[in-house]
Design a protein around this ligand. Structure first.
Ligand code: DGY
Length: 323
């Protein structure tokens, strides 16, 4: 019996590649280059399934390819704003993602950014590496205390809840949040998190605002000049969600003008390009989209995408259906 052909657009951990090869005829991207639109079209034309990642822009134009052989897009990742889901649905393509398995790793990354920017860890490391350090003194490189401060969460899905748990129970922070689909009062109480009536309240009251909403047309530039202006002058912005949620130019202006104190960013509007001004700011911590980047998590993400592929080709419902 012929096995379905799967194109895997980027290298995934070898355990995942080996397991994929047990059930599928797998085409790997051996040199791990980012696929062009033409390569994505070719994959959709010649394979039964595509296993893409956030670096693949599956636009309506790409998905309009003829003839279309692929029947499923099993995304490696939880976010799927790089896939035009409506266009995929219109073409009869199933779409799945990989929720749950990256929750803890991404929450850890949000806390890493929060602690690093509050305690000037990136700046301090650069200080030591450049041999600028002249020794301990009581007023040297003072940061912001985290314990007792208020963390404001924009969105209260799986990752935000994991951040709330860490921040409240681990670091003694007060946690507030706003989400149109909030957790039950019991669940919020167990996390030590308190709902507030609006996003405006989150931005105005928090010492640290951490973003955990999906990237949709509605959340594009949700953090704009006006919202940044609502934040306390000593506050910090943390983004492990998607770059699109923040107007990066407005953020640069707010940082330059001292409207907010700093930012910890794992995601950017035009990845992998980062606005030049951010690269020179000491009060900004920049990571290259490492949210889910632990070996354990990336294996689990790959296995979850594989599970969706297996279910699909066995004619069963997808575990993580997006479309
Ligand atoms: C995700 O899973 O969405 C991560 O951001 C990596 O794409």
């Amino acid at each position: 019996m012929t096995r379905p052909v799967v194109v895997v657009t980027r290298r995934v951990p070898e355990e995942v590649e080996a397991d994929l090869a047990k059930d599928f005829e797998v085409r790997l991207n051996t040199d791990d280059h980012p696929f062009s639109a033409d390569e994505l079209k070719e994959a959709l034309r010649t394979a039964d399934a595509l296993l893409p990642t956030v670096s693949d822009r599956l636009t309506a134009e790409v998905l309009a390819v003829e003839p279309l052989r692929a029947r499923i897009i099993a995304n490696f990742g939880v976010g799927f704003n790089h896939i035009d889901v409506n266009a995929a649905r219109a073409r009869g393509l199933a779409v799945s993602n990989t929720p749950d398995v990256l929750t803890d790793a991404t929450a850890d990354t949000a806390m890493t950014l929060l602690l690093m920017v509050a305690r000037r860890a990136g700046e301090g490391e650069r200080h030591v590496r450049t041999k600028a350090w002249t020794g301990w003194r009581p007023t040297h490189m003072l940061g912001t205390h985290v314990t007792g401060k208020t963390l404001g969460l924009v969105g209260m899905g799986r990752i935000a809840r994991a951040v709330a748990r860490r921040a409240h129970h681990g670091f003694g922070m007060k946690v507030i949040f706003h989400d149109p689909y909030p957790p039950s009062p019991q669940e919020a109480a167990a996390l030590g998190a308190e709902p507030v009536g609006s996003l405006d309240e989150v931005f105005a009251k928090a010492d640290f605002v951490s973003l955990h909403c999906p990237a949709t047309p509605e959340t594009r530039h949700l953090v704009n000049a006006e919202r940044l202006g609502q934040m306390k002058p000593g506050a910090y912005l943390i983004n492990t969600a998607r770059g699109d949620v923040v107007d990066e130019a407005a953020l640069v202006q707010a940082l330059k003008a001292g409207i907010i104190k700093g930012a910890g960013l794992d995601v950017f509007e035009k990845e992998p390009v980062v606005t030049d001004a951010l690269l020179t700011m000491e009060n900004v911590v920049l990571l290259p989209h490492l949210g889910s980047a632990t070996r354990e998590t990336r294996i689990a993400m790959g296995m979850r995408a594989l599970e969706n592929l297996r279910l699909f080709f066995a004619g069963k419902p997808l575990r993580d259906k997006v479309a």
